[in-house]
Design a protein around this ligand. Structure first.
Ligand SMILES: *Cc1c(COP(=O)(O)O)cnc(C)c1O
Length: 718
């Protein structure tokens, strides 16, 4: 069952945008009405290029965009396409006499960096530059400031474009623009024009379309927004034209809200993703000027200039047809070049983890709702977010507003910072005191394990933020709750800045009278210490006690954070666990693979290492390419575990190997090569709950999940 949630609207609008751009370059209405042509090509079609910028921004600057490699990939690919396009147009440049000027080098450099060596190619360097600029702004500043900065750039561009007539009148300003126009011909470039649309795209991806309950109303609102801002832009353009203010006509004040509303409207159309439209639209964009030339030559040769060139509307349609047709032919040839049927791997080719971010978000909100009003969720994302992938999980939680994270080790914390996580990051475990400089550099908060550790960290002479851990009975980490003086001393230290105080419960998951009494005692010891500290005049920092079971079984504790791990991922540790709060938590992770081979074995034959399975009847055996090296427990061998294939539930037989396992599918009549095998999780009726799998392997969900992932593909649902 695949959920197709592609951005259908965006894909189709890529082609629409490309056709509008052809209109800009062919002026289809020019023989009918010059005002009409102005409105079509200088105003109405101006959304097209910003739409492409915004689309790139939407997929680049958003949550996955925090991954710097993706920006580098985008810039490289854009420059590669640019290089190819420059080469493609070289004959035309030669024919136009581009290289005949006296000293072409400076002009060439300007064109390559800003203006494009062919009139429409400016889009490619602008795209790379705009992406990088927006990226930098968003990473450095929050969205509000990044938007303000990008808009400021846009304004500068605006006064060098369609408002130049005003800028020209102010001496200092006109001097500045004259200088700028030595560097490039137009301000509608990667520096002034593109960044705002990239940032807006990222902004929409991060904040935009969640909480779809009022979809309908939202869609109507943005459509209205588009109509109003388009009308305003039209008025603006006609006014500027009337008073001859424009030096160029790419940038308008109302273009920004216009494109923003249009893009939001387009985002509502979701469904299948026609993949070929993206490369096709790019091809159409790149080759259409060449097609204009080709059409002229052909028209001349067959003496149809009147029809194909002078009739502007027919000319436009012919250029569109020729460009789309040539683009499609090029794509078909390109596809042929690749060995047929070769699907590029998409992370799902062998064994893979599926992450449902909607469920993650649902759980985060459910947990937050269950807490007292002042209390906040601290998302525990240690051990690759319990095997789910720290990047996907942390970045999504950051995006929906979670402001505190906990990890186990410093390197996990540093990685979160590199992904752009800005909130508090608490390291729950030991960090070598010699790494204090890194704690400071990445603004990480260190747990104080005991007073010796505090002294060692203080001894580094580097300012470090810390939460003090209090041992209330677990006897693992922490300063004993009775040692108020030791705690006080740490508050007085010069380099350690205490901003939190916490303890950990060791049997909050069980309800026997002894366990509840012990937990109550732990809680009392902790609050007693807090009171003692307050009595000593210490202002309490952030306080936290509960992890998942702490919240589910002792929901009303007064504190500032709940450190939730396993519940955030939507499962309990063991299948039989009972909790006081019964929250609707939904599993985030599924583990899947597929049948790669089916064989028949006769009654009495054996399968696998140690001949541990002997067929009791003639059997069909399916081989699945996932094993204990992927984190799937070996002690689920020999019928201890079962998996879902279609609507069937089938046993694992023989010994699980490092890289594969075998299933008995004799009773799953229609099972075939290529069938998806669900080992953990899944949707619909045939779900394999993680706690049950963990229990069958003699462990808890926490261990099972956190061991997954080493070499598996990952597939993320929204
Ligand atoms: C791992 C951990 C948690 C999270 O525990 P869950 O039971 O997964 O919610 C909370 N606090 C500390 C100190 C931890 O080590």
């Amino acid at each position: 069952m695949e959920r197709e949630k592609g951005y259908t609207g965006i894909e189709y609008f890529r082609i629409v945008a490309a056709l509008f751009i052809i209109a800009i370059h062919t002026s289809p209405l020019s023989s009918v009405s010059s005002t009409g042509d102005y409105i079509l090509t200088r105003v109405a079609a101006r959304w097209a290029v910003p739409f492409f910028f915004m689309t790139s921004g939407y997929f680049l600057i958003s949550r996955y965009g925090r991954d710097t490699a993706k920006l580098i990939h985008f810039v490289k690919r854009t420059m590669l396409v640019y290089g190819a396009a420059i080469f493609f147009y070289l004959p035309l440049n030669l024919y136009n006499g581009y290289f005949d000027m006296e000293n072409p080098a400076p002009q060439l450099v300007r064109d390559i960096i800003f203006d494009g060596t062919m009139y429409h190619l400016w889009y490619l360097p602008a795209s790379a530059m705009g992406a990088a600029a927006a990226w930098y702004l968003v990473r450095r500043l929050d969205y509000r400031k990044a938007l303000a900065a990008a808009f400021l750039l846009y304004l500068i561009g605006l006064f060098g474009d369609s408002y130049y007539g005003l800028a020209e009148r102010i001496p200092v300003v006109s001097g500045m623009y004259r200088f700028l126009f030595h560097l490039f011909d137009h301000t509608r470039n990667g520096l002034f024009f593109a960044p705002i649309f990239f940032v807006l795209g990222g902004f929409l991806a991060d904040r935009g379309m969640r909480g779809g309950h009022s979809r309908r109303a939202g869609r109507e609102n943005v459509l209205w927004g588009f109509c109003v801002s388009f009308a305003l832009m039209l008025g603006e353009a006609l006014f500027l034209r009337l008073y001859h203010v424009q030096r160029h006509d790419s940038m308008y004040l109302f273009l920004v809200p216009c494109v923003y509303c249009l893009f939001r409207f387009i985002l509502y159309f979701r469904g299948r993703r026609p993949r070929y439209l993206k490369p096709l639209s790019l091809l159409v964009y790149l080759i259409h000027p060449m097609m204009i030339v080709v059409l002229r030559l052909v028209a001349k040769a067959v003496r149809l200039q009147g029809l194909l060139v002078e009739n502007r509307i027919l000319h436009y349609l012919a250029v569109c047809l020729l460009s789309v047709g040539t683009g499609m032919a090029a794509m078909i040839l390109w596809e042929r070049r690749r060995p047929s049927g070769a699907e590029r791997p998409n992370g799902r080719d062998r064994a893979y983890i599926e992450i449902d971010l909607d469920n993650l978000e649902h759980n985060a909100r459910a947990l937050q709702k269950a807490m007292p009003p002042q209390c906040r969720l601290m998302a525990v994302v240690k051990a690759e977010a319990y095997g789910h992938g720290a990047f996907e999980i942390a970045v999504h939680l950051d995006r929906i507003g979670v402001k505190a994270f906990a990890v186990a080790v410093i390197d996990e914390g540093i990685r979160l910072r590199k992904y752009g996580i800005r909130g508090e990051i608490l390291i729950l475990g030991y960090t070598e005191p010699g790494r204090a400089a890194e704690l400071k550099k990445y603004n990480l908060t260190q747990t104080i394990l005991d007073s010796h550790y505090a002294a060692a960290l203080e001894g580094q002479g580097i300012d470090v933020k810390a939460h003090i851990k209090i041992d209330t009975g677990m006897h693992r980490l922490g300063i004993p709750a009775a040692e108020c003086d030791q705690v006080k001393k740490i508050f007085a230290m010069k380099y350690i800045h205490v901003c939190g105080l916490f303890t950990h419960l060791c049997c909050a998951d069980r309800f026997t009278p002894e366990d509840t009494a012990f937990t109550r005692e732990q809680i009392h010891r902790f609050y007693d210490l807090l009171e003692a500290l307050q009595a000593e005049g210490i202002r309490l920092p952030k306080i936290h006690i509960q992890s998942s079971y702490g919240l589910l079984n002792y929901p009303d504790l007064r504190c500032d954070y709940v450190r939730a791990g396993i519940a955030l991922y939507g499962v309990l540790s063991s299948p039989r666990d009972n909790t006081l709060l019964k929250l609707d938590l939904r599993p985030v992770l599924s583990l899947k693979s597929k049948v790669v081979l089916i064989r028949s074995v006769r009654k009495g034959e054996t399968v696998g290492y140690g001949r541990a399975f002997t067929a009791q009847r003639d059997s069909r055996i399916a081989i699945v390419p996932v094993g204990y090296a992927d984190g799937f427990p070996r002690n689920l061998s020999c019928g201890q575990g079962c998996v879902a294939v279609g609507e069937h539930r089938v046993p694992i037989i023989g010994r699980i190997c490092m890289d594969q396992l075998a299933l008995d599918v004799t009773d799953a009549g229609d099972a075939a090569v290529g069938d998806i095998v669900t080992l953990i999780g899944g949707q619909g009726d045939n779900v394999i709950p993680a706690p049950a799998v963990a229990c069958a392997s003699g462990s808890i969900s926490n261990e099972l999940l956190s061991r997954l992932g080493g070499r598996m593909g990952k597939s993320v649902f929204l």
